[in-house]
Ligand binder design. Structure first.
Ligand SMILES: C[S@@+](CC[C@H](N)C(=O)[O-])C[C@H]1O[C@@H](n2cnc3c(N)ncnc32)[C@H](O)[C@@H]1O
Length: 330
């Protein structure tokens, strides 16, 4: 049995049935990349249901410290139970992860391992009242952090049509963004997720409604990313996360769509650049050393078994890097 399969099995055995709600994606593979050792400090930037964190906690043991971050108070409540169940030292920071990482940096905290499992958790999607799901009728909310002011309703009902087109096209790669945005504006005010689903269906050609997947999937994804400022958060957090790592620390990120994965890939690639001298120079004069070693040349994706057991893993991509030196670029 591979190390990844062993780690996944360990997770399945340690989770009590009542807590098996969010099934962590690429769990064994992520733990293998972060490679937590006894006594280390590891930061989980996206605690969610704590599935990955539980595996890491088992590895770092009673002398280790797990720092968990999540901007969703539901994850915070989940963390209280988690902290009682694991043997390592724990700390929870209820903030957006770039702000939390800045706080840790200001405190001088350094980690041996750090990971992010981006996007939303099943705890969020499966809470109908939060408006993340096109399968339940609910108010147009979609905030991961309910303290935030901006909601999905505000974007759909108050933002100009051109900005809604940009969101649907840019963040959801929705081909019929123009038609959908027009319908949204025509039907204002939209009050519930069903109102938005109806506008989406009306805004696309009939044949397109019966293509692969739910017709609202892309638009809901786009709106959620916009409401939560997800891409800006990632851009701000990646360098902070890297700077929080010790030399020889390991970082891993699981992303769920190409806009996230592209950012992670480029960030790690920029750190892994070595000598930048022209190829015809006989010896290196730039002296530039790579600041990272890529642990994944290509992203890791779920195997057949996981795809079958957990459909959420279908779009997951995992990348990792080992820190060799502090970052010089700003
Ligand atoms: C995919 S889930 C993580 C699941 C977790 N790894 C597990 O095994 O249960 C993503 C979590 O990250 C949180 N999250 C997403 N973006 C965030 C951000 N910018 N700052 C803080 N938390 C964030 C969400 O609230 C959600 O709970």
């Amino acid at each position: 049995m591979s190390a990844a399969a062993r780690a996944r099995k360990a997770w399945e055995q340690t989770m009590s049935p009542s807590s098996r709600i969010h099934v962590p994606v690429l769990a064994g593979e992520l733990v293998e990349l972060v490679a937590p050792q006894a006594g280390e400090t590891v930061i989980d930037c996206t605690f969610g249901g704590g599935g990955h964190a539980r595996l890491v906690a088992d590895r770092i043991g009673p002398r280790g410290t797990l720092i968990a971050i999540d901007r969703d108070p539901v994850a915070g409540r989940r963390f209280e139970q988690f902290a009682d169940e694991v043997s390592c030292r724990t700390r929870f920071i209820p903030m957006e992860f770039s702000t939390a990482l800045k706080t840790l940096q200001d405190e001088g905290v350094r980690a041996d391992g750090l990971y992010m499992d981006l996007g939303m958790s099943s705890l969020q999607v499966d809470a109908p009242e939060r408006g993340f799901s096109y399968s339940h009728d609910a108010p147009l909310d979609m905030r991961m952090d309910p303290r935030q002011e901006l909601t999905a309703a505000e974007i759909l009902n108050e933002w100009p049509e051109s900005r809604i087109v940009q969101i649907l096209r840019g963040l959801g790669e929705e081909r019929f963004a123009g038609g959908i945005a027009r319908e949204v504006v025509r039907r204002r005010p939209l009050e519930t997720t069903s109102d938005f689903v109806d506008a989406i269906k009306a805004g696309m050609p009939t044949a397109a409604r019966f293509g692969s997947g739910h017709p609202a999937r892309r638009s809901f994804q786009a709106l959620r990313i916009a409401v939560n400022g997800e891409l800006d958060s990632i851009d701000a957090a990646l360098p902070l996360a890297w700077d929080t790592l010790e030399i020889h620390g390991r970082m891993a990120v699981i992303s769920f769509h190409s806009l996230e994965d592209r950012r992670v890939k480029r960030f790690f690639a920029s750190l892994a650049v070595g000598c930048t001298c022209p190829p015809d120079l006989p010896v290196c004069v730039c002296g530039h050393e790579p600041e990272a070693e890529l642990l994944t040349r290509r992203s890791i994706v779920a195997d057949e078994r996981e795809l079958e057991a957990n459909p959420r893993s279908r779009s997951a991509r995992l990348r990792g890097a080992l820190k060799l030196a502090e970052r010089t670029a700003s």
